[in-house]
Ligand binder design. Structure first.
Ligand SMILES: Cc1cc2nc3c(=O)[nH]c(=O)nc-3n(C[C@H](O)[C@H](O)[C@H](O)COP(=O)(O)OP(=O)(O)OC[C@H]3O[C@@H](n4cnc5c(N)ncnc54)[C@H](O)[C@@H]3O)c2cc1C
Ligand code: FES
Ligand code: FES
Length: 1405
């Protein structure tokens, strides 16, 4: 008999699987490779994207099909977590397999998503398509809840989710199974909706009433951008069939083994073999779902000589009811486990089976039925006859917890065994197992099977259990709740969906029903210790006590004693974690008391449910004006046409940098600094150079002496001596493939001395560490020669304060990447994912000592930028160019998400200090405002960011006098950089806080204060700009009206009166955003328009397509200018050899500037064609073009455009007409806060935005929705975490949370202000990319209102005395919310020790 470790003893030793219906047989692949890498690198199926490589973004979603119990099953999965051998005998479907633009065949999912404008940069789109596709394959008639569930785990950074949900909800059926294609969505006109006004009418006119257009002609108002009713229906019979070979040859029951160099993969099918393998190879890792192991492999470079996949072993899939509870084999995925739990909950009677009843299956009276006599199962029919209680208490909470456990794609593969074996202290399930006294079945060949309780003895320490190396977890046994037992579990995370817990709590109590004496109590927590913890001491002291009000007080006291955490505890949030632990118990206490109808218990009638259920539909309107009725049909301008790449986004055919394959290409990886500040002594490459496939290395020695990157040449390419931030590039390894380069880079040894870093703004101020001189603005200089010094003592009403606003990771779905191809004559071709081809060209030329004309930099499209790819391209393009020169080969360099987030900076964190005097009417008279930014280690764009913060510190308000100062702090952090809004949101945040401070300090209505101080037409800002066409009041009033603000404000007040622990807040926030670059020379653009003899037109311009629809708008502009259909115009890419010296695509002016340049070029062409049109007035475009060619008239033109700019003197503070115009908008948000946990739901958002004459309402509304959600993330949940020693903790979606689809409001109305025009913008339009972002803060302020209501209720804020302002910093994370919601629970939490007496886990930078 052959050994079980002998590969040849297995049924299959070749890896066979199917991809998109094609057979793949593989004999030479590393089992450590993921499916995502295999699909992209080996099969060149680049539709599947990689955004994070850690299961946190969903860009890599694919569908896997296999045979189970004779049936074909489908599930979605993250291909970045799926080991390639894990698909043995299975069929994989990728986005390429379901539809194609090239083949003119879009799948209904793809068609609807594109038609609903559901993609912007398109990088997340294939993942969303595959998530929805997999859902439909399993369930062709999903409900809205099914769809919400199916999208868990897919992130989009661009769209704000509304159009994605709209597209996918069009597949939803209601509870009767009827398709919900067209919803009566209500109308963005709010109370003014005609349906409400004229009650007798059948329905809403959809705003389709005609209004006179600003430029003449009749224009209709529309309320919906897309109509999906004419899309093709979903027909499941048309889907790709499951490969017959896999079914015919029963691959699911074949054992499989694979040997590749250093890694062996074993996939037994017999249980005995599995145990034998574990006996022979005790240290071989079991791979179940690989959702833990994949992270270790990818980021900790663990070695895996042998792995065992137990998933094919039938015994591990066993599930049944037994004496002690529910037996669940660990071969099940968490989704299977969840489905089984739901099945059991349906089957098990809910209780109250009293007296003698007849078993409807076995026909025995329960008194005779052998099993039911003992309250057990009726074996013959697997039916339970339990008495008097709900036996599914634990199961119900397992099911509920699983909903919040990771995302669906992870749960489809992950196992409960992996979760238990990993022993994470923040596991979501382990507290449930502990509190319910669940057991695991452990088995080994040597010692046989045993059952072990998951209790205080099971977890030995951080990520350590009692499981022996040769043992496997065979099953978990979940107890059924017994008579008089009550069970509940709760979880709180930074983001509700797809996030690991901050704290999880699970509770079981058994009460004597008559005396209410506690017979048994089990209290367990995750997130409160290095292991899952049972509160043993508390449990012990509670037994025998009576369940009463005193019992609650005693428990909170005992728990706060037993669970208290040291101030600097790993993971931080010591006070919040304890508050959560106590609040969870309080919730449990009330829920049980409510169930037992204990009316004497305080608050027993309170509704404690966290937030609201997500509504079963989407109430969303997009209100815009249609083009004039007399606009020619072929003229696309102003129409909501879809993104020019929309279809290709959905099929994965849109090409991004990493999708381009270059022959004979080498790859690069950085060696990064592990410390924030210090001195580098030496680098040892020996171990790295010994890795097969490594070609060489690069470091500071390879850079021309003195060459530095950045506009201010202050950024070293590699560290030479001084290390100035954690994650700084020190060296790079060049190898034959990306993974080899990364692995080798991790082996490079660095010798360095650590020095104390400056990390925070406060530390920088103390050390007087600044990147540049301070800036000032004095409004008095607008009218006077000298700054007027005001005497503050003369004012009666002054508020003074300081507020912090955190940074924000860009989290573009496509990480930074480039390809450098060396050509003859020393030329370099650089393909890069960047917002500024010009800067990349300049920086490479400067650092390599080359002329710019030898460097061609180009971009097809980028997968999101948001400012993060504006000035950072050199960080990778320069080293890659150096490597291309050094090794004479093409170089591909892509950042892993983990590295990208360390190397490149974030939005600048700010501290905003203010002193404001108001008169007796609430008018702002004098302002002293200081903005302090954390700039990081170099200047980068910090000057521009600060200046923009300063010129937005007025937001929409007139200050009689304002003195504004800006200081840029130099710290040992990555250089903070541009981010959508570019400092504007930070400045405006300070202002809006100030408004609140004034209102709360003096007891005024904050809306009235705002309105009193709004800018009026022609007013001058502190920085000297006069506001023309000032629409702040119009957007404010329209938003107030559309959102029914006043009525809802009253409803919110009522809600708050009636709810003790849940509070609502509603808020209106206005914004103004100045349009243009802060630097004069950047406000210019070029374009090249080429007309070919067939009449087709090629447009090149200097702007990058990064999802904002720039190319679509430019095509519309060119088509209008040339008077031809849009189909005749094409844009290939953006390249420095077509348009030189192009500014970054930033500052929202992409379409303004580049549009003007294109317009200029088109005008020249039209002028040249004019004589031919005159000669042949009945001819067409093609005829005139041909005639011009024959007459030797040039058919190409380069155009040029500039936009208005006047420089402000920031050194002396003298203002100027800085921007050409401003964009205005107002948002209204309503939120609900769970004051016990800090969780919140954004219930509804209404936005009115002034975009002038929209060039494309679909794109503009998409920008508004996307910017709003990005701003919402910034102000409420995204938290950059830095340790006091400067180590960056947030480096991926695992610990940095951007909003998910679940967070998007299901009531979302966006309205473009009607009849607005802009004489300074192209075709009267206004820029839109950045202006709406600040409106996301409206949710923050609404949350603050809810918190305030709770504080007032609890006497923490004494509103009648006024002076009730409380500082509430941004972002409003669950921690900040909960800790501001002071109450009797938080009073049990000890205060933090004095600052400086301990090292906090993270620091506010
Ligand atoms: C994006 C993402 C989100 C996540 N979110 C959550 C979350 O919300 N809550 C949470 O608790 N966890 C979360 N996790 C962690 C992880 O998904 C779970 O711990 C999961 O249950 C692990 O199961 P697995 O089968 O994938 O484990 P694997 O990665 O396959 O294995 C993990 C460990 O368990 C061992 N193991 C596997 N099977 C057995 C067995 N049968 N017997 C003995 N040992 C075994 C392996 O050898 C390995 O050491 C998340 C992970 C990711 C990637
Ligand atoms: S790349 Fe796989 S989930 Fe992000
Ligand atoms: S379109 Fe979703 S991330 Fe860009």
């Amino acid at each position: 008999m052959k050994e079980v470790t002998d590969i040849s003893s297995y049924d299959a030793i070749k890896l066979v699987f199917y991809v998109d219906g094609k057979r793949v047989e593989e004999t030479d692949v590393d089992p450590k490779m993921t499916l995502a890498t295999y699909l992209r690198d080996k099969l060149k199926l680049t539709g599947t994207k990689i955004g994070c490589n850690e299961g946190g973004c969903g860009a890599c979603t694919i569908m896997v099909s296999h045979v189970e119990d004779g049936e074909i099953k489908h599930f979605s999965a993250n291909s970045c977590l799926m080991p390639i051998c894990g698909v043995f005998g299975k069929a994989v479907t990728t986005v390429e397999g379901i539809g194609s633009v090239a083949k003119n065949r879009l799948h209904p999912v793809q068609e609807r998503l594109a038609k609903a404008h559901g993609s912007q940069c398109g990088f997340c789109t294939p993942g969303f398509v595959m998530a929805m596709y997999a859902l439909l394959r399993n369930n062709p008639n999903p409900t809205v809840s099914d769809i919400n569930l199916g999208l868990q785990g897919n992130l989009c950074r661009c769209t704000g989710y509304r159009p994605i949900l709209e597209a996918f909800y069009s597949f939803a059926v209601d509870e009767n199974g009827t398709l919900k294609v067209s919803e009566d969505n209500g109308c963005g006109m709010g109370e003014n909706c005609c349906k409400l006004k004229k009650k007798d009418e059948n329905g809403c006119c959809g705003g389709e009433e005609s209004t006179p257009g600003y430029t003449g002609g009749e224009r209709k108002r529309k309320i919906q951008l897309s109509d999906l009713s004419d899309c093709k229906p979903y027909d499941p019979t048309q889907e790709l069939i499951f490969p017959p070979e896999l079914k015919l040859h029963s691959y699911e029951s074949k054992s499989f083994a694979y040997d590749h160099n250093h890694t062996k993969w074993y996939q037994p099918v017999s249980y005995e073999n599995l145990l034998c393998l574990k006996r022979e190879l005790p240290h071989a890792r079991l791979i179940s779902g690989n959702s833990e192991l994949a992270i270790e492999l990818k980021f900790r470079f663990i070695d895996l000589p042998a792995v065992i996949n137990p998933r094919q072993v039938k015994e591990l899939h066993a599930r049944h009811l037994e004496d002690n509870g529910v037996y669940m084999g660990t071969g099940m995925s968490l989704t299977d486990m969840d489905n089984y739990t739901v099945q059991l909950m349906k089957e098990l009677p809910k209780g109250n089976v009293t007296g003698i009843s007849e078993c409807d299956k076995c026909q025995f009276l329960d008194i005779h039925c052998r099993e039911t006599i003992t309250n057990r199962m009726c074996v013959s029919n697997k039916i339970f006859m339990y008495r008097d209680t709900e036996h599914t208490g634990v199961l119900k909470h397992v099911h509920e917890m699983l909903h919040w456990f990771a995302g669906i794609h992870v749960r489809n593969v992950a196992s409960v065994a992996g979760n238990i074996a990993t022993a994470s202290p923040i596991s979501d399930l382990n507290p449930i197992w502990m509190a319910s006294n669940a057991q695991v079945v452990l088995d080994s060949d040597a010692r046989g099977e045993k059952k072990v309780h998951i209790d205080e003895k099971f977890f030995l320490g951080y990520r350590k259990t009692v499981i022996q190396p040769d043992e496997i977890i065979k099953a978990v046994i979940v107890p059924l709740t017994q008579e008089n037992e009550h069970f509940a579990a709760y979880k709180q995370a930074q983001r509700r969906e797809d996030d690991i817990a901050i704290v999880t709590g699970a509770f079981l109590v058994k009460l004597d029903p008559k005396t209410l004496i506690v017979e048994n109590i089990r209290i367990s927590y995750g997130g409160m210790a290095p292991t899952t913890k049972l509160a043993l001491n508390t449990m012990e002291k509670l037994k025998g006590d009576k369940w009463s009000q005193e019992f609650l007080d005693k428990t909170l006291g005992l728990l706060s004693e037993e669970l208290k955490l040291p101030a600097g505890v790993p993971g931080g949030m010591s006070q919040y974690r304890l508050s959560l632990a106590l609040s969870f118990f309080f919730k449990f206490f009330l829920e049980v008391s409510k169930k037992l109808n204990l009316t004497e218990i305080k608050f027993v009638d309170c509704n404690l449910k966290i937030g609201q259920d997500v509504p079963q539909t989407l109430y969303a309107t997009q209100l815009y004006q249609e083009v004039n009725a007399n606009q020619p049909a072929h003229d696309p301008l102003g129409r909501p046409i879809k993104h020019v790449s929309g279809d290709k986004h959905t099929t994965g055919e849109a090409v991004y940098c990493d999708d381009i394959n270059v022959a004979d290409c080498l790859h690069m990886a950085f060696v990064l600094s592990p410390i924030a500040h210090g001195t580098l002594n030496s680098i040892d490459y020996t171990a790295a150079m010994n890795v097969d496939g490594v070609i060489g290395y690069l470091d500071a020695e390879d850079v021309i002496t003195g060459a530095q990157m950045g506009h201010h040449s202050d950024t070293p390419v590699f560290v030479k001596e001084k290390i100035t931030f954690h994650g700084q590039p020190i060296a790079a390894i060049v190898a034959t493939d990306h993974e080899i380069a990364r692995r080798a880079a991790s082996l490079v040894k660095l010798d360095y001395a650590v020095e104390k870093p400056i990390v925070t703004i406060k530390q920088a101020l103390e050390a007087e560490s600044f990147v540049f001189k301070h800036f000032v603005i004095h409004s008095s200089l607008n009218d006077n020669e000298q700054v007027i010094k005001n005497d503050w003592s003369k004012y009666d009403r002054v508020v003074e304060g300081s507020i912090d606003m955190g940074g924000q990771e860009h989290f573009y779905l496509e990480t930074q990447q480039c390809i450098v191809i060396p050509h003859e004559d020393d030329e370099l071709e650089i393909i890069i994912s960047n917002q500024c081809v010009n800067d990349v060209q300049i920086e490479v030329a400067k650092c390599l000592g080359m002329a710019q004309h030898k460097i061609q930099t180009k971009v097809k499209r980028i997968g999101g930028g948001f400012g993060g790819k504006e000035s950072t391209g050199a960080i990778l393009a320069v080293p890659a160019s150096l490597a291309a020169k050094k090794f004479g080969k093409s170089i591909k360099f892509k950042f892993e998400r983990f590295d990208d987030m360390a190397i490149t900076g974030t939005r600048h964190p700010f501290t905003l200090q203010y002193k404001l005097a108001v008169d007796e009417n609430g008018k702002f008279i004098d302002l002293d405002f200081t903005a302090l930014s954390n700039s990081g280690h170099t200047i980068d764009l910090s000057m521009g960011v600060m200046q923009r913060a300063m010129v937005h510190a007025d937001n929409v308000y007139k200050f009689a006098n304002a003195d504004i100062t800006g200081k840029m702090c130099k710290t040992h952090l990555a250089s903070n950089t541009a981010f959508r809004g570019f400092g504007g949101p930070q400045g405006m945040f300070g202002t809006e806080i100030m408004v609140k401070h004034v209102a709360e300090q003096f007891g005024w209505d904050h809306d009235e204060i705002r309105q009193k101080n709004f800018y009026q037409e022609g007013d001058c800002t502190p920085f000297g700009m006069h506001l023309n066409q000032c629409n702040v009041t119009r957007t404010w009033e329209e938003c107030r009206k559309n959102s029914d603000y006043d009525k809802r404000l009253e409803e919110v007040k009522k809600f708050n009166e009636n709810n003790k622990f849940r509070k609502r807040g509603i808020y209106l926030t206005p914004t103004r955003f100045g349009i243009g670059f802060g630097l004069k020379q950047l406000n210019q653009a070029g374009a090249l328009v080429l007309v070919y003899t067939d009449g087709s037109v090629l447009v090149s311009h200097g702007g990058m397509e990064m999802g904002q629809g720039l190319h679509t708008k430019i095509l519309q502009i060119a088509a209008r200018c040339l008077e031809i259909p849009i189909e005749k115009v094409h844009i290939h890419d953006t390249s420095t050899d077509k348009v030189p010296n192009a500014s970054a695509t930033a500052a929202s002016v992409g379409s303004d500037m580049n549009g003007l340049a294109v317009q200029d070029a088109c005008r020249q062409i039209m002028e040249r064609l004019a004589p031919f049109k005159k000669l042949n007035p009945d001819g067409k475009w093609d005829d005139w073009v041909k005639a011009a060619y024959v007459e030797r008239v040039s058919l190409s033109a380069s155009g040029f455009g500039i936009i208005h700019h006047e420089p402000v003197d920031f050194f002396n503070g003298k203002g100027a007409e800085l921007f050409g115009y401003s964009v205005y908008g107002t948002a209204c948000c309503e939120v609900e806060v769970d004051c016990l946990t800090g969780d919140h739901h954004l219930l509804r958002t209404d936005i009115v935005m002034d975009v002038g004459e929209s060039l494309n309402p679909a794109i503009d509304i998409g920008q508004i929705e996307g910017a709003f959600i990005q701003g919402y993330g910034l102000f409420t949940m995204e938290e950059v975490k830095i340790r006091p020693d400067g180590i960056r903790l947030t480096r991926g979606p695992g610990n940095y949370k951007i909003p998910s689809a679940d967070d998007a409001p299901r009531h979302f109305n966006v309205s473009l202000l009607g009849n607005s025009s802009n004489k300074m913008g192209i075709f009267s339009s206004k820029a839109i990319g950045e202006p709406p972002l600040f409106l996301g803060s409206c949710a923050f302020f609404a949350i603050r209102e809810a918190v305030r209501a709770y504080r007032i209720q609890n006497g923490k804020t004494v509103s009648f005395l006024f002076q009730d302002y409380f500082a509430f910093h941004s972002p409003s994370t669950p921690e900040r919310i909960r800790m501001a919601c002071e109450d009797f629970v938080t009073s049990h939490v000890p205060p933090l020790p004095e600052e400086g007496s301990y090292t906090p886990w993270t620091t506010s930078v």
